[in-house]
Structures are given as structure tokens and as C-alpha cells.
Design a protein around this ligand. Structure first.
Ligand code: SF4
Length: 224
């Protein structure tokens, strides 16, 4: 399985927030990955666009990031950017979400927690959902849920550069999403900016309960 094989670390990161109260529910930690193709008008963080910018993500940095969450009051790990689901970042983000679940949430899986694959959600998302994660995983992406899961009506709206994307990337994106608890989807649209919105910047973006959405086969918003 692709998710657990990593020979080279490609990803770079912009910053790590050790105490984050704005990018998800409750108190968490946040990783801002480096690199984004979307280039939204008035992006809150354009310094993260360049895939060669930021800092090197090494095994040591990843170990420290995982350890930062090892406190009882840290209930959430947010991954944002930049674009965590950019093709350039997929392998390392996949590795990271697997590692978070394996480290903190493995015993919370229903089903075979000893499965060496760790991608338990992927094999049977209905049966094997993370019901009570110790650390919820929040992921922010410029892709919409429909784009990520390739619904026909959304594909027709894809800009050209997305249509050209390798299908393998979509499989990887889906594998990553299925291991998260919450996805905030969609690019930032400046004309829909709304500072009263919780956990998102513009009205088009949705805070999606991943596991419930997969179970029901439709977008379910996060309401906890
Ligand atoms: S997707 Fe996010 S990081 Fe990328 S340009 Fe838009 S707001 Fe900025």
C-alpha cells in the first residue's frame, strides 16, 4: 500500500503551531505545510505558495511534531498550508496521518487494530470508523469534497490543471481524507470572506465530518 512506503521525504513546511486555537475545535497543534497551486486572491498566507520555500521536513521534525501532541489537553492535530493535498505533498502527508492514527488513535479503531496496514478506514470505512479518537485530525484543503471524490457534476467544473492531474493522486487524496475526522474544503474566495465564520475564511468553505460523510454517502457538516 502506497501510504506506508516512504523512501524520500519531499515535503517542506512553513511553520508549526504548538498551541493552536483557531484552526479547529478546542486546543490543538497545527502544521502549515509548504506549497500551494491554488493562489487564491488575498490568500492569508502567500508565503506558503512556493514549494521550495519554508523549512525542511525531516524525520526529526516529524518526531517532534508527533510528540507535541502527546499532552492530555491537545485534542486535535490540524494540517493546513499551503496545500496538504498538492501532488508534491501527498506521500508525506499520507505518512503523517497514518502515523498520527497509529500513535494516538489505534486503540480507538473498531475492527482489527493490529492490522499491519494501519489503513483500516480505507478497507472498510463503514465498519471501521474512528469513533472516539484521542486526537482528531483536521485537514484544510483547497479541493472541494466533490473534487476529491470525483463526483461527475464537479469534474465538469474542474479547471484544466486539475483535469490533467494524475488519477493516482486522487486515490491518494481519498486515502488521506478517509483517515481524517474533519476536512475544511474549498479554496478561499475573497468575495465571500466572512470573519464571523468558525474555522474557515469564506462562505463557500465547509467544515465536513469525514467519517459521517463517508458512512452516509453525502456531505455531513461537523456539528460537535
Ligand atoms: S488554498 Fe489556502 S494556502 Fe492556497 S492560496 Fe488558497 S488560501 Fe492560500
Amino acid at each position: 500500500m502506497i501510504l506506508n512506503i516512504r523512501t524520500v521525504i519531499n515535503i517542506r513546511y512553513a511553520s508549526i503551531r504548538e498551541l493552536d486555537i483557531s484552526n479547529g475545535e478546542g486546543i490543538g497543534i497545527a502544521l502549515f505545510v509548504q506549497g500551494c497551486h491554488f493562489h487564491c486572491h488575498n490568500c492569508f498566507n502567500p508565503d506558503t505558495w512556493n514549494f521550495n520555500g519554508g523549512k525542511e521536513w525531516t524525520q526529526e521534525v516529524e518526531d517532534k511534531f508527533i510528540e507535541l501532541a502527546n499532552k492530555p489537553y491537545i485534542k486535535r492535530i490540524s494540517i493546513l498550508g499551503g496545500e496538504p493535498l498538492a501532488a508534491e505533498n501527498l506521500n508525506d502527508v499520507a505518512h503523517l496521518v497514518c502515523r498520527i492514527n497509529k500513535t494516538y488513535n489505534a486503540q480507538q479503531y473498531m475492527g482489527d487494530a493490529n492490522d499491519d496496514n494501519h489503513n483500516i478506514l480505507i478497507k472498510n470505512p463503514d465498519k471501521n470508523r474512528i469513533l472516539y479518537p484521542q486526537k482528531t485530525i483536521w485537514l484544510y484543503t483547497g479541493y472541494t469534497w466533490g473534487e476529491l471524490f470525483m463526483y461527475d457534476d464537479e469534474i465538469n467544473k474542474f479547471p484544466n490543471y486539475l483535469r490533467k492531474d494524475n488519477m493516482e493522486f486522487y486515490t491518494k487524496r481519498q486515502q488521506i481524507i478517509k483517515q481524517c475526522n474533519v476536512v475544511v474544503d474549498g479554496i478561499y474566495i475573497d468575495s465571500q470572506r466572512d470573519i464571523t465564520l468558525k474555522w474557515r475564511g469564506s462562505g463557500n468553505q465547509r467544515v465536513i465530518d469525514v467519517q459521517e460523510s463517508i458512512r452516509k454517502g453525502e456531505v455531513v457538516l461537523w456539528t460537535n
